[in-house]
Design a protein around this ligand. Structure first.
Ligand code: HEM
Length: 495
């Protein structure tokens, strides 16, 4: 038995060695520098044993060659490229979408909750995206805003009744608000917001960076074939709980026949159609309870995790910059004094708050890098770089946000960069906390509203003290997301 195992091991090692050497020569022949660190297995393998987040590893590669339009990197059994030049980045994310429509992650058949728009590719992704986009139109969001506002007001009452949450563990506290708000937006509002929800625990567990999930996502990113071979179902343990919950909600909504402007409404109207059809491709799909549950599942995770991170990093930076905090307080107080209620339109007028959030997301983008996979041979315009089908593409969001070419004095927190006068095209192109192009975050505007609703009520009632261990913000080791490791908050009542 030992001999065949040794032979297989040697064959795999030889393959990795030759693949790494071939990749290095391939990129060098194209005139592209190759990242010699981890030259056989690449940055996502490095993540498995490193203490750093994946985005920090990708950022260090981004910085290693300031002038190169792209840097070749290893990728287990394939080939990968870190795209740096802005025109090329735009080309990958938007201009040549047909060649880069794949996210580079492959899910396995039967992984019911992973069958969502984020993990799908090709025709199926297109059909899903078409039918889910109507949930996020301006008018839908406007009519949904009352849900977020109610959750934010209830959150303040919750904090007043539970002062133990005012100091320490701020990320958890902010997550309770986000889970109540997205829960109500997806499942419908009740008379009371739910801050201690089993869905929050599920979302936290599902997005936790465990060894199993890290290995799964790393492998599926670099080699879908291996991922398929092992047939891993990433969200299996949450299936019955979440699908049952969605089924009950849809059936109840069908019975009640009332419009609440939330995701459950959309589910009912999609199911009335019987099949979803893409007229261009002819693809048809049944909007089953399981399919709708998968979408709601991801919306729920995204409504909690990166949204709570956005609130967290904004408050951390505000607490570190009292002069900015004072301006934000002033804008919020003025709005409360002028208007009886903070409606959607009032919120959209708060420009300085918007600038402060944008700047916090520039310094600490909740998703620190983007990925795509080439599905059709093509050529990147700057540097004339030939890209073959199957090549994985990385875009270093964090690296670009901290690049002084686009953002002078990049490590400083300066909301004024995002004022109408200071914003310029170059900066717009390099700023991508929600991604870019056809696969840009579908929930971007929803998330912005939810985050603002929470911050407006929180800052009306509290001021912030940031407790930072050290002189700069550091991050936890995570695969996909950014999480602060050395800062916490104290909420101090203002009145
Ligand atoms: C502040 C909070 C959020 C941040 C920072 C964020 C960020 C992102 C990023 C970076 C991507 C990848 C985009 C790309 O590859 O170009 C993404 C995709 C996505 N996000 Fe968000 N997101 C947030 C909240 C939400 C919310 C609340 C929802 C749903 C309600 C949502 C739904 C999605 C979906 C469905 C995709 C996949 C889009 C596709 O592949 O077509 N996100 N998000």
């Amino acid at each position: 038995m030992i001999v065949p195992i040794l032979l297989i091991l040697m064959a795999v090692l030889c393959f990795i060695y030759f693949n790494g050497t071939y990749n290095e020569n391939y990129w060098k022949k194209c005139g592209i520098p190759f990242c010699s660190r981890n030259k056989y297995l690449g940055p996502l393998f490095e993540f498995i044993y490193s203490k750093k987040s994946a985005f920090e590893i990708i950022h260090s590669i981004y910085k290693s060659n300031p002038e190169a339009p792209a840097i070749g990197v290893a990728s287990f059994f394939g080939r990968a490229l870190l795209v740096k030049d802005l025109t090329n980045v735009q080309y990958v994310l938007a201009t040549d979408f047909n060649s880069f429509s794949h996210r580079g992650i492959e899910i396995n058949e039967g992984d019911l909750l992973a069958d969502s728009v984020i993990f799908n590719n090709g025709k199926r992704w297109k059909l899903m995206r078409q039918h889910l986009t109507p949930l996020f139109t301006s008018s839908k969001l406007k009519s949904m805003y009352y849900i977020m506002d109610k959750s934010a007001q209830d959150f303040i009452d919750y904090l007043k009744k539970n002062p133990q949450y005012l100091k320490g563990n701020a990320f958890e506290t902010l997550s309770t608000f986000c889970s109540a708000a997205i829960g109500a937006s997806v499942f419908g509002v009740g008379t009371e917001s739910i801050f201690d929800s089993p869905f929050l625990k599920m979302a936290q567990k599902a997005s936790q960076s465990t060894l199993k999930t890290n290995i799964f996502f790393a492998i599926s990113n670099v080699s879908p074939k291996i991922s398929k071979f092992f047939g891993v179902k990433i969200f299996k343990e949450h299936e019955s709980f979440f699908i049952d919950a969605i089924k009950q909600i849809i059936r109840a909504r069908e019975r009640d026949n009332v419009k609440r402007h939330d995701f459950a409404d959309i589910c009912v109207s999609l199911q009335k159609n019987d099949v979803l059809k893409d007229n261009d491709t002819g693809l048809e799909m049944k909007p089953t309870d399981e399919f709708l549950a998968a979408q709601a599942f991801f919306f729920f995770i995204a409504g909690v995790e990166p949204s709570a991170t956005t609130m967290h990093i904004t408050l951390i930076e505000l607490g570190r910059h009292p002069e900015v905090l004072a301006k934000v307080h002033e804008e919020i107080d003025n709005a409360f004094e002028k208007h009886e209620n903070i409606t959607h339109d009032v919120l959209c007028e708060m420009e300085y708050l918007d600038m402060a959030i944008n700047e916090a997301m520039r310094l600490h983008p909740p998703i620190g890098f983007l990925s795509r996979q080439c599905v059709k041979d093509t050529v990147l315009p700057v540097g004339n770089i030939k890209i073959e089908k199957g090549t994985n593409m990385f875009i270093a969001t964090y690296g670009m946000h901290r690049d002084e070419k686009y953002f002078p004095d990049p490590n400083a927190f300066k909301p004024e960069r995002f004022s109408k006068e200071n914003k310029h095209n170059f900066m717009d192109a390099a700023y991508m906390p929600f991604g870019k192009g056809n696969r840009i975050c579908i929930g971007m505007r929803y998330a912005q509203l939810q985050v603002k609703a929470g911050l407006v009520h929180l800052l009306r009632n509290y001021t912030i003290r940031t407790i930072l261990d050290g002189s700069e913000v550091k991050y936890k080791r995570e695969l996909g997301q950014l999480r602060v490791s050395n800062a916490d908050l104290k909420f101090i009542p203002r009145i």
